[in-house]
Design a protein around this ligand. Structure first.
Ligand SMILES: Nc1ncnc2c1ncn2[C@@H]1O[C@H](COP(=O)(O)OP(=O)(O)OP(=O)(O)O)[C@@H](O)[C@H]1O
Length: 738
């Protein structure tokens, strides 16, 4: 869709943008003003310029006015030569502290954020303060108190939304747009066909254009400005249904980040059906008010019947961010086998992931809240908003799994009358408390699970196989995507000194490699992986249904001494950051993997050649922050994850033990066989017994005491698979000595 689109009006957008920037970005805007000469004019002028910039930080503003060293930094850094005068003056004042105007004289100036900071700057360090400093009065403070718009807040706290570095910003932007496209396609029953494109901006190494094109239902034109130019606006927040997005802040936050860092508006192409007009809009966000501003709206020709393309320019670090992007793309494909994806990257061949399954995911339906999850305040609010006059009908119609009989039981357990009015409940906290207790004392069926769409055992297995194929193809080491762990990873590359346990493990692997695949094993790119998965029945936390799935791949050529790879997913979205803060990681660490034949340092992830996939599907995933990178430590969730892990762990342990036992018996028989000739000869010499008979008897004995038929079976399979021959004794010995 992006092809052949008209691209105009960018300059206009930039002009308007300077007016629209939030205080945080105001630094850039006012810096421009300051360099046009305002700042150098006078102290007041300098202060003003500083204050204008200050949205980014009170300190920056105050310091600029007070002339502390920091002011020079803030002012000169942003404003350039024009501002240097102001900075210098300030600096001179700061040095000659005693000569500086007294705080009182400054107090005559209109109240500003500078009062406290200025007083501090002007008290010479050598003098003990004579009197307590003058503090701001309630009235002065009142003048400064004002509403903060949600966009102002998030412009300053962009890290809360996943925009804390240019590397992460790139990934977050792609992720938000892709999540939306997948959600929209799923909701309208379309098999998604997506193109992600990252383009370098000529002449600016730190700027990139991100474009995500989908074949979804499109967006009604009137909705485009609010979706892309207003934070906290969306279709998913108020409903209970599994979806990737849930907060209504993702794509508008990405657009805001792009606007703040480049001054460019987000561009959206959209078409809602065959024969309908397509539109291209340029949208900006007025961060002071959290309202959208449409810069242009043009009707355009689009070949396809329906879909949306979102394109925005942002400050980003593609060099560092590309491997995260790659990992995100691979894992998204893993968790969404119904997705066809093309990834166009700067300076590299396009990556094309065809659809692995034409089966769309099971449709997740919207449900009502479950009574067991409702809290008193919410109960009262729901009662206030209810159109049902009596509490019995209110319960039946506002909650899931409440029949007439269950409603009666709840009221009975609460000691309330069947005729109780909903309005009474809304007004009386005590009644609400009683009702809530009645709810908790009543056994109510678990919520319906048709609001969930798990990946499913078979698709997890399929997904892991195709994912491992991609991973095995990559020559590079597979790093766990955690920025903070970079150092640790580098360390891992150093040649480790092998312990005797590791040597034993290698020996077992060598023996096991000689054997054709066991049930549950898959050969991927010539390497054997044991793959197993487990799906837990749906459960509920705070009234929200959720379901946990775990998939595990063990083996291959992965090192024995490396921490396992942990892949976390929430509603089919890979979580790439904040692994340490995530409840999933905690659950994995608190599982006793030693029971399942893996090594595990105390309080850490297990060690071994294993990749672990944990997926949580829920109508409301409890993320630790708006950036949706880590899952909160809800005990119900953690318990379910552990149960799924234990289930997979048991299957893994059975596999490893069987493999170990077979390897051990093979080795024993081989050693025994090595001495049979010698033994038969000696026995013949000592007792005169027939040498060949003794040899035959010893072979039978060796067979009996080394696993009998089971070991024979393995040997037979080896014989029928000449490529995978059993290691010779010499090889085993040599291996052991190594
Ligand atoms: N490509 C798209 N096709 C159709 N609708 C879309 C598309 N992108 C966004 N939307 C609509 O815009 C809304 C806002 O999207 P946004 O990413 O801001 O929030 P969200 O997906 O609801 O939640 P979150 O903040 O958790 O990502 C969505 O709820 C959806 O209704």
């Amino acid at each position: 869709m992006a092809k052949g689109k008209a691209k105009s009006g960018r300059d206009g957008g930039q002009g308007v943008q300077l007016e629209l920037l939030s205080p945080a970005s105001g630094a850039r805007a006012t810096a421009g003003k300051a360099s046009s000469g305002k700042a150098g004019a006078s102290k007041a002028g300098a202060s003003k310029a500083g204050a204008g910039k200050a949205g980014a930080g009170k300190a920056g503003a105050g310091k600029a006015g007070a002339g502390k060293a920091g002011a020079g930094k803030a002012g000169a850094g942003k404003a350039g030569a024009g501002k240097a005068g102001a900075g210098k003056t300030g600096a001179a004042r700061a040095k000659g502290g005693a000569k500086a105007p007294a705080p009182r004289s400054r107090a005559k100036a209109p109240p500003s954020d500078e009062i406290e900071v200025a007083a501090e700057a002007e008290t010479p360090a050598s003098e003990a303060p004579a009197k307590p400093r003058r503090k701001a009065t309630a009235e002065q403070m009142a003048q400064r108190q004002r509403e903060i718009s949600v966009s102002e807040f998030f412009a300053k706290n962009r890290h809360l939304l996943g925009f804390d570095s240019p590397t992460k910003a790139l990934l977050t932007t792609v992720k938000e747009a892709v999540d939306n496209s997948l959600d929209a396609c799923e909701e309208s029953g379309i098999l998604p066909d997506l193109t992600i494109e990252i383009r370098a901006v000529p002449g600016a190494s730190d700027r990139f254009v991100v474009s995500v094109e989908d074949n979804g239902p499109g967006i009604v034109k009137a909705q485009v400005p609010k979706i892309f130019g207003k934070l906290l606006y969306g279709s998913k927040f108020h409903r209970l249904k599994q979806s990737r997005g849930q907060q209504g802040i993702g794509i508008s936050a990405a657009a805001m980040y792009g606007q703040i860092t480049t001054g460019k508006p987000v561009q959206v192409w959209t078409k809602t059906g065959k024969g309908r007009p397509a539109h291209r809009l340029e949208v900006q966000l007025d961060t002071r008010k959290n309202v959208p501003v449409v810069l242009s709206d043009t009707e355009v020709d689009l070949e396809k019947d329906h879909g949306t393309t979102v394109e925005l320019e942002l400050q980003a670090d593609y060099g560092r961010g590309q491997r995260y992007l790659l990992r995100y793309v691979e894992q998204t494909v893993l968790a969404n086998p119904h997705l066809a994806l093309t990834f166009l990257r700067p300076g590299a061949d396009p990556l094309v992931f065809p659809r692995a399954s034409t089966e769309p995911p099971k449709e997740a339906l919207e449900i009502k809240p479950h009574p067991h999850g409702v809290e008193v305040g919410t109960l009262m609010l729901m009662a206030t908003e209810s159109k049902y006059r009596d509490v019995r009908s209110f319960l039946q119609n506002s909650f899931s799994r409440v029949s007439g009989g269950v409603a009666d039981e709840i009221l009975g357990n609460a000691g309330l009358k069947r005729t109780l009015r909903t309005q009474q409940l809304a007004d009386d906290r005590e009644l609400a408390e009683k009702l809530r207790q009645g709810i908790l004392d009543t056994r109510i069926m678990a919520p319906s699970t048709n609001c969930l769409s798990p990946i499913g055992d078979e698709l997890i297995r399929q997904g892991l196989i195709s994912f491992l194929s991609v991973v095995e193809e990559e020559a590079e080491e597979l790093p766990q995507l955690e920025l903070l762990e970079k150092g640790a990873r580098r360390g891992r590359k150093k040649a480790p000194v092998k312990t005797s346990e590791e040597k034993q493990a290698e020996l077992e692997k060598a023996a096991a490699d000689a054997v054709p695949p066991e049930p549950g094993e898959e050969i991927i790119k010539g390497k054997k992986f044991f793959i197993v998965s487990s799906t837990r029945p749906p459960k509920v936390y705070r009234g929200n249904p959720f379901q946990v799935e775990v998939g595990l791949a063990y083996g291959g050529d992965w090192p024995q001494d490396k921490t396992i790879e942990l892949y976390r997913f929430a509603n089919r979205v890979p979580l790439l950051f904040q692994r340490g803060a995530c409840g999933v990681t905690d659950a994995v660490m608190k599982t006793d993997w030693k029971k399942y034949e893996l090594q595990q340092p105390r309080g850490a992830l297990p060690v071994g050649p294993m990749a672990l996939l944990v997926h949580i599907a829920s109508v409301w995933v409890p993320f630790t922050s708006e950036s949706k990178e880590a899952i909160a430590h809800y005990p119900e969730l953690l318990a379910e994850i552990r149960l799924a892990l234990q289930d997979c762990g048991r299957k893994l342990a059975a596999f490893i033990r069987k493999r170990k036992a077979a390897a051990y018996e093979l080795k024993r028989r081989s050693i025994f066989e090595l001495y049979i000739d010698e033994l038969a000869r000696s026995l013949h010499e000592i007792t005169g017994a027939d040498r060949e008979k003794v040899k035959g008897d010893l072979v039978v004995l060796a067979r009996e005491i080394t696993g009998g038929e089971e070991t024979d079976e393995i040997l037979d399979r080896v014989a029928s698979n000449p490529k995978k021959r059993r290691p010779t004794d010499e090889e085993l010995e040599a291996e052991e000595e190594r």
